[in-house]
Design a protein around this ligand. Structure first.
Ligand SMILES: Cc1cc2nc3c(=O)[nH]c(=O)nc-3n(C[C@H](O)[C@H](O)[C@H](O)COP(=O)(O)OP(=O)(O)OC[C@H]3O[C@@H](n4cnc5c(N)ncnc54)[C@H](O)[C@@H]3O)c2cc1C
Ligand code: HEM
Length: 462
C-alpha cells in the first residue's frame, strides 16, 4: 500500500490541487461575494505587518555547547530566577511604557508577583529541560499555555527582541561577574531559540484564528448588543461585529472553553491591558458573549458593570485557550466554584448525557450564575452553598463526587486556584482518569500545568 501511495501519491496530489483551483474558480464565478469573503477572512488581522520569525535571524537550533552551558548554569540561575524576572519587568516597563497596554499591573509588584513568578518558573523549567524540551511541548502543556495567552494579548515578534534584551540585562544585573561572556552568549542564544519557537507557534495560532468562521487576529471593534444581570454581581455581555466590519454577520467558531480578551479604556490612555473572559455563547452563534463577575477593586470588571451600556464599542481578540474538552464523547464531571462556572456552560452543552455530574460551589443560590441552564440540562447536579451549609472541605466534596459519579471520567475544574489545587490532589489520589484545571489568573504561576494526572515540569508552581 505504501509503495502504491508512493507511486501514485504525487498524481493524486496534483489532481487534488487542480480540483481545488477549479473549485476556487467556480466559487469566484458563481458567488463572487463568497470568494471575496473567503479571501478577506484569510487576511483579516489588525496585528500589523511584522508576522512570523522569517528574517529575524533567530536560531532554529542551539549549539551543543549552548545546551551544556545552560544545563551547567541552571542550578545557579534557579534560586535567583525571581530576582531576575522582577528586575526584568521593572526595567522593561520603565523603558517601554507602551508595553503597559499588555501587562496587567495587578499581576505585578507591588500588588502581586504573578508575572515575575510565571516567567521565573518558565525560565527554570526551560533550563532544567534544556536537553529534552519535549515535556514542555506536550499538548495543553506550558508552551501551549504561554502561546495561547500571548495570542490573546496580541503579542507580536518584534516584542521578543525587547524581552530578550531586557532579560539579558536583568541576568547581568543580578548575577554580576558570575556571567562570563560564554555564559551570556549561551543564555542569549537559548532565549532567542525559545523566542523563535514561540513566534512560530503563535503565528500558526493566529492563522488558525483568522481561518475560523467569523475569525480574525489582533484587536477588532465590537458593539455591546445585550447586557443581562444573571446573579448578584454577575452580568453577561453580548457583542456583535458592527455593520461595515469585515466579520459583520458571521457565525463565530471557536472551541468551547476558550476565552475572549476584552480591551476597554477606563483611563482614556489606551494602557489598560485586555482581560480574559470565557466565551459563554455557543460556538457558531452570530454573537460572542462573556459573563463577568464584578471584583472589588477590579478595574475592568467594575468598569464593565458600572459604565458599559448597550451600543458601546469595545475591542476583542478572538477566542484562544487550552481548557477544552478531551472528548465530548467521553464521560465527564464538571466542578466549578463561583464565576468558575463559565467554562462549564459550553462544556455542559457539548457533553449532554456524558456529564455524569455537575458540581457547583457558591456562596448562595442568588450569587450563582447559570443555575437555570444546569437545571434544564437534565444532568445530575450537586450544589453546595457555603452561606447556608458552611464550607465543604475539598476532601469531602471529592468523596461525595466520586461516590455519585465514579472515577472513570474526565474531570474539568474551574474556581479559586487554592481550591482547585486541593480538589485536583484529592481526585488524583482517588484515581481519577484525567483532571484538568483553568486558572482565572496566571495558570503557570498559580497552578502549573492544567493537567493534573500526568507530570508537570513546573516544579516551582503552587
Ligand atoms: C483564562 C481566563 C478566563 C477568565 N474568565 C473569566 C470569566 O469568565 N468571568 C470572569 O468574571 N472573570 C474571568 N477571568 C478573570 C478576568 O480576566 C479578570 O481577571 C477579572 O475580571 C478581574 O479583572 P479586573 O480588571 O476587574 O481586576 P484587576 O484590576 O485586574 O484587579 C485584580 C485584583 O487585584 C486587585 N488590585 C487591583 N489594583 C490594585 C491596587 N492598586 N492595589 C491593591 N489591589 C489591587 C483588585 O482588587 C482585584 O482583587 C478569566 C481569567 C482568565 C485568565
Ligand atoms: C521567550 C520569551 C517569553 C517567555 C518565556 C514568556 C513567558 C510567559 C509566561 C510563563 C506567561 C504566563 C502565562 C500563564 O501563566 O498562563 C506569560 C504571560 C504574558 N506574556 Fe510572555 N513570555 C515571553 C515573551 C513575551 C513577549 C515578547 C511579550 C510581549 C510584550 C509577552 C507578554 C506577556 C503578557 C502581557 C503576559 C500576561 C501577563 C499578565 O498576567 O498580565 N511575553 N509569558
Amino acid at each position: 500500500m505504501d509503495r502504491l501511495l508512493a507511486y501514485f501519491g504525487p498524481f493524486f496530489q496534483t489532481a487534488r490541487a487542480a480540483l481545488i483551483r477549479l473549485g476556487g474558480l467556480a466559487v469566484l464565478l458563481l458567488n463572487p461575494k463568497r470568494a471575496v469573503a473567503i479571501l478577506w477572512k484569510r487576511q483579516h488581522s489588525t496585528l500589523g505587518p511584522a508576522r512570523g520569525s522569517a528574517g529575524m535571524g533567530l536560531p532554529s537550533a542551539m549549539k551543543p555547547e549552548t545546551v551544556d552551558t545552560i544545563a551547567a548554569t541552571a542550578p545557579v540561575v534557579a534560586p535567583r530566577a525571581q530576582d531576575i524576572t522582577k528586575t526584568f519587568y521593572d526595567g522593561m516597563l520603565k523603558d517601554h511604557k507602551s508595553l503597559l497596554a499588555y501587562f496587567n499591573p495587578a499581576h505585578n509588584v507591588p500588588i502581586s508577583t504573578l508575572q515575575p513568578d510565571a516567567l521565573a518558573a518558565s525560565v527554570v523549567a526551560y533550563a532544567i529541560n534544556i536537553r529534552d524540551l519535549s515535556p514542555l511541548l506536550v499538548p495543553k502543556g506550558p508552551v501551549a499555555a504561554i502561546c495561547h495567552r500571548h495570542c490573546a494579548l496580541c503579542v507580536v515578534p518584534p516584542q521578543y527582541v525587547v524581552v530578550h534584551d531586557n532579560l539579558m540585562a536583568a541576568v547581568g544585573k543580578i548575577l554580576g561577574n558570575a556571567v562570563t561572556p560564554q555564559i551570556a552568549a549561551a543564555w542569549s542564544e537559548a532565549v532567542l531559540f525559545l523566542a523563535k519557537a514561540c513566534i512560530d507557534t503563535e503565528e500558526s495560532l493566529y492563522k488558525m484564528a483568522e481561518q475560523r468562521s467569523g475569525g480574525w487576529s489582533g484587536l477588532e471593534t465590537f458593539e455591546v448588543v445585550e447586557i443581562k444581570e444573571l446573579a448578584k454581581d454577575i452580568k453577561s455581555f453580548s457583542f456583535k461585529a458592527p455593520r461595515g466590519s469585515p466579520i459583520f454577520g458571521q457565525a463565530f467558531e471557536f472551541t468551547g472553553g476558550q476565552y475572549l480578551s476584552l480591551k476597554v479604556d477606563p483611563e482614556g490612555d489606551g494602557l489598560t491591558a485586555p482581560r480574559h473572559y470565557t466565551v459563554t455563547s455557543p460556538p457558531g452563534a452570530d454573537h460572542l458573549q462573556c459573563t463577568v463577575k464584578k471584583i472589588q477593586g477590579g478595574k475592568v470588571s467594575t468598569y464593565l458593570h458600572e459604565k458599559v451600556t448597550v451600543g458601546d464599542k469595545v475591542q476583542l481578540t478572538a477566542p484562544f485557550g487550552i481548557f477544552t474538552l478531551e472528548s465530548a464523547a467521553e464521560p465527564a464531571v464538571l466542578m466549578s466554584a463561583g464565576i468558575g462556572v463559565t467554562p462549564m456552560v459550553n462544556f455542559s452543552k457539548a457533553l449532554g448525557a456524558n456529564v455524569k455530574l455537575a458540581v457547583h460551589v457558591d456562596r448562595a443560590p442568588e450569587t450563582a450564575a447559570y443555575r437555570d441552564l444546569f437545571a434544564a440540562s437534565g444532568q445530575p447536579l450537586l450544589e453546595k452553598y457555603t452561606k447556608s451549609g458552611g464550607r465543604v472541605s475539598p476532601k469531602e466534596l471529592v468523596r461525595e463526587t466520586v461516590e455519585k459519579a465514579g472515577v472513570g471520567n474526565n474531570f474539568y475544574i474551574c474556581g479559586p486556584p487554592s481550591w482547585m489545587e486541593e480538589v485536583s490532589a484529592e481526585l488524583v489520589k482517588a484515581g481519577a482518569k484525567s483532571v484538568e484545571t483553568e486558572v482565572f489568573g496566571s495558570q503557570l504561576a498559580q497552578s502549573g500545568c492544567p493537567f493534573k494526572t500526568s507530570g508537570c515540569p513546573f516544579k516551582g508552581a503552587a
